[in-house]
Design a protein around this ligand. Structure first.
Ligand SMILES: [Zn+2]
Length: 103
C-alpha cells in the first residue's frame, strides 16, 4: 500500500545510491551496483577472508593488444585495481572504466 508521500524509493535504495555516489567521487570512474558479482577469494591481496565484491572492467586499445581487462577484487584492493584499469584503458573506447559492486 502506498501513501501520497511514498516516493517509491526505499531507505535501502538511498543508502545504495549514496554508497555508489561516494565510490564514484573517490574512484573517478563509472560505478554501478551489480549483485551478480561472483564472491570468491581475492587474488589481488590473497588475504584470507578477503572476498571479491567488485568487478572492474576496462577496454584496452584493440590496435595494441587483444587482451581484455576484467578483474574481480575485494574492497581493500579496489583502488589499486581501478588504477591498473585506468592505465590499461583506451581513451577512445567510448565508455569509461566500469566498477560493478555487489553491495
Ligand atoms: Zn583484495
Amino acid at each position: 500500500m502506498t501513501t501520497a508521500y511514498d516516493t517509491g524509493v526505499s531507505r535501502t535504495d538511498l543508502a545504495e545510491a549514496e554508497a555508489l555516489s561516494r565510490l564514484h567521487s573517490y574512484l573517478r570512474v563509472d560505478v554501478k551496483a551489480d549483485p551478480t558479482v561472483p564472491e570468491g577469494q581475492c587474488e589481488w591481496c590473497g588475504n584470507v577472508g578477503a572476498l571479491t565484491r567488485n568487478r572492474v572492467t576496462a577496454i584496452p586499445n584493440p590496435h595494441e593488444t587483444t587482451a581484455t581487462f576484467e578483474e574481480l577484487c575485494c574492497h581493500h584492493c579496489l583502488k589499486s585495481v581501478v588504477d591498473s584499469a585506468v592505465e590499461a584503458h583506451w581513451s577512445k573506447a567510448g565508455r569509461d572504466v566500469l566498477v560493478e559492486v555487489a553491495l
